[in-house]
Design a protein around this ligand. Structure first.
Ligand code: BG6
Length: 487
């Protein structure tokens, strides 16, 4: 295992760095997970001193940690340095290069916490500044491009500076505990695998619901919309983990080989199907948690827009395991609840020996994997209600709950930031939970088909009231296939 010596964060004064990266690194240090000599170097356009950056980092950590452990802070603070750098001008990287070159044999990680529109500039500048060596790694946030063509252009430029095994494309959903638990549940138990197919599973629902709006990112949302912001990455990653074949090993190639097969098996959705298989929505005014909120059109004084803040889709995976099993997807902003969950709906029993009374209506088993707000896995099973009965046992469904939050309360008093696991993996050079180039491109291929379908069919977003579960069409989507949303 290789250990890095320098982690350079470009965009170190930005929102992601302050809200996630710096606190996650502090927590890793507190857990003794950072390599002893790791330096963390902030880089951005503003001219900050090392001390001003350390102060900024302390505020960032304080905003996240209940208390700051001063011993940990002293160690963490000593790792921090700052150099101003403008990635559109390789000469401005000189102070950073000088700082790095004080170590001869070194491994550097360059974390691009900057707008993806600057990724190619960044790679070009790093190359011409002569700062890269055979061990250098790069970390990039989503979105990689806006469509297949632009993602290929970015990937090609990055590939000219870094080999694929040194490129870490982050999808922070893969750092979430329950997402990794989905893998453990599927592949560390014998129970599920024999049932995990079209013979027993009726359909799957994936919901990523948020109550927040676009939070000052109106420009970005106008260009990307929910399809590119959420479906292309987070939602498709969840779908891959539910649908993929068992990888031979938990390693970067084995896991990603299986995910990419799922993405390539997605049935294209084009102009002919968008009316029946997709719903596009945009939030109007409404009430969330008792507070009135403005419509998307009123956000940041942006005016009307054709961007969707909500998408629902019926995805189909064309392979033996999943033939004719619909995967219903919905994600949106300003919805009724913050809820991220995967529902695996099993089929009805083929014959019920308990038939006869309405109370004995059989409810098919359902596995619900909740990622947010709490981490929980629940399986509903039919059981006999207690008590006497002169007309045979009375049945009801009851959930078998595995509350991860409760079970690990003592060991994990705080909920981890998804970036902790991902940063640790980058430091340890383990790309299993990162997205490979072919995955990104397969996801864009499918998503581009939908976006093109919308523009050919002239599908505009339907308005939904903030605080609801999306436009009415979302219910018709499942009802068309005689299914209903779980909640
Ligand atoms: C980001 C999207 O990738 O994920 C945001 O750009 C979204 O629009 C966020 O709000 C959701 O992440 P989480 O971890 O809060 O579910």
């Amino acid at each position: 295992m290789t250990i890095a010596a320098n982690l350079v964060i470009f965009g170190a004064t930005g929102d992601l760095s302050r809200r996630m990266l710096l606190p996650a690194l502090y927590f890793l240090d507190a857990d003794g997970q950072l390599p002893e000599h790791l330096r963390i170097i902030g880089a951005a356009r503003s001219g900050l001193s090392d001390d001003a950056f350390r102060q900024m980092a302390r505020e960032a950590v304080a905003a996240r940690a209940e208390t700051i452990d001063e011993t940990v802070w002293t160690r963490f603070c000593a790792r921090l340095a700052y150099r101003s750098a403008d990635l559109s001008d390789d000469k401005s990287l000189k102070p950073l290069c000088e700082l790095l070159s004080d170590q001869k044999a070194r491994e550097d990680i360059f974390y691009l916490s900057i707008s993806p529109s600057h990724y190619t500039d960044a790679c070009t500048a790093l190359k011409s500044a002569g700062v890269l060596n055979a061990q250098s790694r790069i970390v990039m946030e989503k979105p990689i491009g806006h469509d297949l063509a632009s993602s290929r252009a970015i990937n090609a430029c990055v590939a000219s500076a870094f080999p694929e095994r040194h490129i870490f494309r982050i999808d922070h959903y893969l750092g979430k505990e329950t997402v990794q638990n989905l893998l453990a549940m599927r592949f560390a138990n014998v129970l599920f695998e024999p049932l995990w197919n079209a013979n027993t599973i009726d359909h799957v629902q994936i919901t990523v619901g948020e109550t927040i709006g676009v939070e000052g990112r109106r420009d970005y949302y106008d260009r990307f919309g929910a399809l590119r912001d959420m479906v292309q990455n987070h939602v498709l990653q969840l779908l891959c983990l539910v649908a993929m074949e068992p990888p031979a090993k938990f390693d970067a190639d084995a896991v990603r080989d299986e995910k990419v097969k799922v993405l390539r098996s997605l049935k294209p959705i084009g102009a002919r199907d968008v009316r029946t298989k997709t719903v596009r929505g945009q939030y109007g005014e409404g009430v969330i948690g008792g507070q009135s909120v403005c419509s998307y059109a009123q956000e940041a004084g942006g005016g009307t827009s054709e961007a969707e803040t909500f998408v629902a889709l019926t995805a189909e995976i064309e392979n033996w395991r999943w033939a004719a099993v619909p995967f219903f997807i919905r994600t949106g902003k300003r919805l009724a609840d913050r809820r991220t969950e995967i529902v695996v709906q099993f089929r009805d029993v083929p014959h019920s020996m308990f038939a006869g009374s309405a109370e004995n209506d059989m409810i098919a088993n359902r596995l619900t994997i909740t990622l947010q707000p709490e981490e929980q896995i629940s399986l509903t099973l039919m059981h006999k209600t207690p008590g006497l009965s002169a007309s045979g046992p009375r049945l009801r469904p009851l959930p078998l709950n595995l509350s991860l939050t409760e079970a690990y309360k003592l060991h994990q008093p705080r909920r981890r930031i998804a970036y902790e696991q991902l940063l640790l993996d980058v430091l340890n050079d383990d790309a299993t939970l990162f997205v490979r180039q072919d995955e990104v491109e397969a996801a864009w291929t499918w998503v581009d088909g939908i976006a093109d379908g919308w523009s050919q069919a002239g599908t505009l977003p339907q308005t939904y009231p903030a605080g609801s579960w999306g436009p009415p069409g979302v219910f018709a989507l499942t009802e068309r296939l005689a299914r209903t949303w779980a909640a």
